[in-house]
Design a protein around this ligand. Structure first.
Ligand code: ZN
Length: 65
């Protein structure tokens, strides 16, 4: 499955359309989400984890909670 916003492989799940996006766009989504819900700790943790993965080279699929 491909990311809806670019042609990269969709490896991340987001709770909104299109549902499956690439790591970059997942970070973009959660960053935007955080702008609206700063108190959402779960989103903050998620965003931090994704950013760590982006700086690392971990491309293996990971269980998304
Ligand atoms: Zn993308």
């Amino acid at each position: 499955m491909r990311c809806d916003s670019c042609s990269k492989l969709a490896t991340e799940r987001i709770p909104e359309e299109p549902g499956q996006v690439c790591l970059t766009h997942a970070i973009e989504f959660w960053a935007g989400f955080m702008a609206h819900a700063r108190k959402e700790r779960r989103a903050q943790k998620k965003l931090e984890r994704l950013k760590e993965r982006l700086s690392g080279v971990a491309q293996f699929p990971e269980q998304v909670r």
